[in-house]
Each structure stands twice: as structure tokens, then as C-alpha cells.
Design a protein around this ligand. Structure first.
Ligand SMILES: [Zn+2]
Length: 221
């Protein structure tokens, strides 16, 4: 094994695995496909076996959502516009409530996930993070849920590394959890260098990137 492997963590009841947005629209063939996004599915399934606490997040937008380019005349997907809470990247329509694209990938199998947290429901605000909407002020309630469950450490996996995983990691840190990103259980979109930005930000915040093999025997180490 490589020298990078420096931890061997056995998750306990104070740890949670948050599986971010492993949904059809973010996988190859989906409306906003993350390159090789489906590759995280078997890794995440295996990882989840090492955790007692698992939360799934699900991007879940109304049809006229502000983050959709189609909601703005003359705008195209992947442009950035100014909205009341700051800059917003415009996306192809994706993860529309109750559509097949919003469903979890069919091979995602985590029966013991206790909470499915839906986000992005407000038509006027996007929500990359599992903890706060994109105004960085409106909480989803996940922080309170985790504290009430005595969780102290948050492990993140899923899609996309450079958006929803990144914002979730930053906000988990802001909420005073100890945070880890399981790098090989994430894939990125990489819009204008956003993967490199994410890695730099995680490093600056002291959020380690782990390999799935560093998490307990059940993770396949
Ligand atoms: Zn979305």
C-alpha cells in the first residue's frame, strides 16, 4: 500500500457517513452527469458497511428551480449569474422531484441509512451543502440531527466532489464536526479548475482526504 495511507479508522457510534447525491442524474447518462460518477457506487456500498450511522442526501428540485439555466431567458448551462445570495452556476435541469433522474442509482444499497435528507426544494435558492442552503444561512437541520445523535466526526463520500461534497465538508467543519473526505469514493465535475480549488480549500481547512481502504475492515482494506 502507498505511503499516503496513514490512518486506520474504525468508525463508531460517534461517526457518520454522509453519502452525497448518488442519483441517476449525476451518473453517466444522467442530465448532469459527473464523469465516472457511477464508479463510487460499489465503493460507497462497501464503506457504508463500516458505519452504524449513514445519511443519504438527495438533490430534489422543483421544475422551475433557480439553478436551472432553463429558468433564465438567454442563459446557458454552466454560466454563472448573480442572484441575491451571491454567484450561482446555472445547471441543466436535473434531479426534478419524483423523476427517474432524481432517484438514487439503482445499485446503491445501504439499507441501514437512517435519514434521507432532501435539499434544493426552495425554488429560489440552491443547496449544494447538506447543512446549509447556498445563502450559507438557511440550515437544513442536519447539524442539529447529528448533534442530537452524538455524532462528532463526519465522513463524506459521493457526488460531486467539487460542489456538494465540498460545500458539505466546509459547513460540517463550520458546525464544529471533525471532517474527512473519502477521496476515492467521490468524483468531480471539474468546472474551470473546481477540483483543484476544492483540494486546496480542504487542505487549507485541515480536512484530510482519506482512501476508502483506511476505514475499518468492512471497507475492504
Ligand atoms: Zn441541484
Amino acid at each position: 500500500m502507498s505511503a499516503k495511507i496513514n490512518a486506520n479508522i474504525t468508525p463508531d457510534q460517534h461517526d457518520v457517513l454522509i453519502v452525497v447525491d448518488v442519483q441517476n442524474d449525476f451518473c453517466p447518462g444522467g442530465a448532469l452527469a459527473v464523469p465516472r460518477g457511477d464508479e463510487v457506487v460499489p465503493i460507497v456500498n462497501r464503506l457504508a458497511g463500516a458505519f452504524r450511522n449513514v445519511v443519504l442526501t438527495q438533490d430534489w428540485h422543483p421544475r422551475d428551480h433557480l439553478s436551472f439555466a432553463s429558468s433564465h431567458a438567454g442563459k446557458r448551462a454552466f454560466e454563472t449569474i448573480a442572484v441575491p445570495y451571491g454567484d450561482q452556476v446555472l445547471w441543466p435541469d436535473h434531479c426534478v422531484q419524483e423523476t427517474p433522474g432524481a432517484a438514487f442509482h439503482h445499485a446503491l444499497q445501504i439499507r441501514h441509512a437512517a435519514l434521507v435528507l432532501r435539499k434544493g426544494l426552495d425554488p429560489a435558492i440552491d443547496s449544494y451543502s447538506a447543512f446549509y442552503e447556498n445563502d450559507r444561512e438557511t440550515p437544513t437541520g442536519l447539524g442539529g440531527y447529528l448533534r442530537e445523535r452524538s455524532v462528532r466526526r463526519v465522513f463524506l463520500a459521493g457526488l460531486a466532489l467539487d460542489f456538494c461534497v465540498r460545500y458539505s465538508a466546509e459547513d460540517a467543519r463550520r458546525e464544529d464536526f471533525t471532517v474527512f473526505v473519502i477521496a476515492d469514493a467521490c468524483r468531480g465535475i471539474d468546472l474551470d479548475g473546481s477540483v483543484a480549488d476544492t483540494r486546496a480549500t480542504l487542505a487549507r481547512l485541515g480536512i484530510p482526504e482519506l482512501g476508502a481502504g483506511e476505514l475499518g475492515a468492512a471497507a475492504g482494506a
